[in-house]
Write a protein that binds this ligand. Structure first.
Ligand SMILES: Nc1ncnc2c1ncn2[C@@H]1O[C@H](COP(=O)(O)OP(=O)(O)OP(=O)(O)O)[C@@H](O)[C@H]1O
Ligand SMILES: Nc1nc2c(c(=O)[nH]1)N[C@H]1C(S)=C(S)[C@@H](COP(=O)(O)O)O[C@H]1N2
Length: 216
């Protein structure tokens, strides 16, 4: 669960090989200028706290919808701070100032289109305007370090909806949240082995990729 949180540019030091280093970025003109209180970062942090079993450190950023600032922030969180995973919220829609997907693609070495496709599928179960979100996910690989960067919509409730998916009243998964695929993706790009609380989101790994694979 998220322990330490910082908002400076210093590298996060991994205190355990399984510790996840996460960058959280809320992109909003109004929240960053104080028109309203930012609910994006608390939503992201609160959800991670509920979902992760192991240790985690977060670096947080609240910034306006400026393409160059967003891309510089993402690059800094991966290259300098050392994040394995970066989640953004906000700025994915069709309004002129919504530029988070473009800024994310600016720092990408690879696109991961399945995440955007699945998020829009999930969101359609909640709002018909789900198709207005242009959210993308990418890998940024510097050669010595790689991270998964995922855009989420700006509505604070969309954070949980997309990461966790939709369950029925008995807690049975109706549409899997995208976080189900995040732990294995992070394995594949050389990051820490992370585990989730299955009642929040059940992470999927092929049997051969499970840590106890082959154990008696
Ligand atoms: N960071 C945030 N904190 C709290 N509420 C937010 C935040 N971002 C969006 N919202 C809410 O979601 C609604 C729709 O978001 P919208 O797409 O207009 O925001 P945005 O483009 O992400 O932010 P902004 O217009 O401030 O740059 C907003 O009217 C607001 O109620
Ligand atoms: N899960 C979920 N996805 C959602 C929403 C939502 O409330 N929940 N809002 C939609 C709306 S109304 C818009 S305009 C787009 C883009 O939002 P953004 O510009 O705040 O990122 O996300 C869409 N996706």
């Amino acid at each position: 669960m998220p322990g330490h949180t910082e908002s400076g540019a210093a590298p996060l030091l991994r205190r355990h090989p399984d510790e996840l280093l996460v960058g959280l970025v809320s992109v909003s003109d109004r929240a960053s200028s104080g028109v309203y209180r930012d609910e994006g970062l608390p939503a992201l942090q609160g959800w991670l706290e509920s979902a992760l079993v192991g240790p985690c450190q977060c670096a947080t950023r609240l910034i306006p919808d400026e393409r160059q600032l967003i891309s510089a922030t993402l690059a800094e969180l991966v290259d300098r701070v050392g994040c394995d995973l970066v989640l953004t919220t906000g700025g994915t829609g069709p309004a002129r100032r919504d530029v988070t997907p473009e800024a994310t693609l600016d720092v990408a070495t690879r696109e991961m289109p399945g995440f955007g496709e699945q998020m829009r599928q999930i969101s359609l179960r909640f709002v018909p305007t789900a198709i207005l979100s242009r959210q993308v996910a990418v890998i940024r690989d510097t050669g010595s370090h790689a991270a998964l960067i995922i855009n989420l919509p700006g509505q604070p409730k969309a954070v949980r909806e997309t990461l966790e998916g939709l369950k029925d009243e008995a807690g049975k998964t109706l549409v899997p949240g995208i976080f189900a695929a995040v732990p294995y993706c992070i394995d594949l790009i050389g990051g820490p082995y992370i585990e989730t609380r299955p009642e929040v989101v059940k992470a999927f790994r092929p049997k051969s990729a499970l840590r106890n694979a082959g154990a008696a």
